[in-house]
Design a protein around this ligand. Structure first.
Ligand SMILES: *Cc1c(COP(=O)(O)O)cnc(C)c1O
Length: 361
């Protein structure tokens, strides 16, 4: 068996020990005589899995007691509608910062439901930076303020949160959740598609402050109402059972093998630093993001020559470094180095880039 180093932006690598445990438990989960894929979500055994996943997430992320954890479906993209349907219920206004495609999609969806104000945008420079925010431009009576904390396609992240006062801060954390500690108490709501840092696709995690639940608009579809899922322990209908199980294994890996999110952050910083340091001195490759706003998870880079980019991506693939092609709207390359990418994968990629540079400069 030969496993590649997968730099995909998502779905992405999972820790090998998690995959091994899942393989071991595939036919018979802990003496139950069935696979987790086969068992009733109402069974005692499965209850242990979903409750275990929730309590591990609470512990690892240090989620305060006045927040609910919801295991949903529909991807982060469904949250683009779910957030306004549930939260835009006072003034009917919300503030959005446009830092990339996902933030823009979230904004467009919210604009169908109320008065949405673009506080700032970095579109003028192809989203290569996080705009400086001036609180005096924020909507005072907004129902919430939305950001995308880590911008998967462009490789930027907020290193400082906007000061929104009493207006709840809502963040799409799909591509940075569990990569480092987050102070959950600074947010009204966090949401993430699982397929970057938490597990397989199919699961969407929402962490929501309790007082924001229970005010959905009348037109809100039942399945889009946070209260329905909160009241039913994420079991109003069949949850994404297997994805939640793998997410639990990933959380156990973070807790027991890595040692928590502070340690995870150290690892991620060391990996990112290695690649950024190489890019900063390379004569062939260069990063596209301003240094102060760089992401730990997604690192876009270019050679400045499309043919050379294509040659590099092809050579990399042949050498076991896959999915390095940049997003179709940006071009160039992007290395997504989520939690499960080992240091060794980044070291080998950098060594390969050095060699490619020597041969092609
Ligand atoms: C991947 C991603 C999405 C889309 O997630 P889906 O689960 O495919 O809907 C949204 N926002 C960010 C920041 C992402 O990285």
């Amino acid at each position: 068996m030969k496993r590649v180093y997968n730099f995909s932006a998502g779905p992405s690598m999972l820790p090998e020990s998690v995959l091994r445990t899942a393989a071991d438990e595939m036919l018979d989960y802990q003496g139950s005589g069935q696979s987790v894929m086969e068992m009733s979500h109402r069974s005692k055994v499965y209850e242990g899995i979903i409750q275990g996943a929730e309590s591990l997430l609470r512990e690892v992320m240090n989620i305060p007691d006045n927040y609910k954890v919801l295991f949903l479906q529909g991807g982060a993209s469904s949250q683009f509608a779910m957030v306004p349907l549930n939260l835009m219920n006072g003034s009917g206004k919300a503030d959005y910062v446009l830092t990339g495609q996902w933030a823009t999609k979230a904004y467009k969806e919210a604009a169908r439901y109320g008065e949405v104000n673009v506080v700032a945008s970095s579109k003028d420079k192809t989203f290569t930076y996080i705009p400086k925010l001036d609180p005096s431009t924020f909507t005072k009576d907004a129902d919430y303020f939305h950001i995308c904390l880590n911008n998967t396609i462009y490789g930027t992240k907020y290193h400082e949160l906007p000061e929104t006062g009493d207006v709840p801060l809502v963040a799409d954390v799909s591509s940075c959740i569990l990569s480092e500690p987050i102070d959950v108490s600074k947010f009204g709501l966090l949401y993430a598609g699982a397929q970057k840092n938490m597990g397989p696709a199919g699961l969407t995690v929402v962490v929501i402050r309790e007082d924001l639940i229970g005010h959905a608009r009348d037109i809100t579809p039942t399945m889009f109402n946070y209260q329905i899922h909160a009241d039913n322990g994420s079991m109003f209908n069949t949850p994404p059972c297997y994805s939640i199980y793998i997410c639990k294994l990933v959380l156990e890996w973070i807790k027991n093998e890595i040692g928590g999110l502070e340690k995870m952050k150290e690892r991620n910083e060391a990996k990112a630093a290695l690649l950024y340091q190489f890019l900063d001195q390379s004569k062939l490759f260069k990063g596209t993001v301003v240094p102060e706003d760089r992401s730990l998870m997604n690192i876009p880079f270019i050679t400045g020559d499309q043919e050379m980019d294509a040659k590099f991506v092809k050579a990399a693939t042949e050498n076991g470094f896959v999915n390095l092609k940049g997003h179709r709207t940006v071009g160039g390359m992007r290395a997504s180095i989520y939690n499960a990418m080992p240091m060794e994968g980044v070291e080998k990629l950098v060594a390969f880039m050095k060699k490619f540079e020597e041969e092609n400069a």
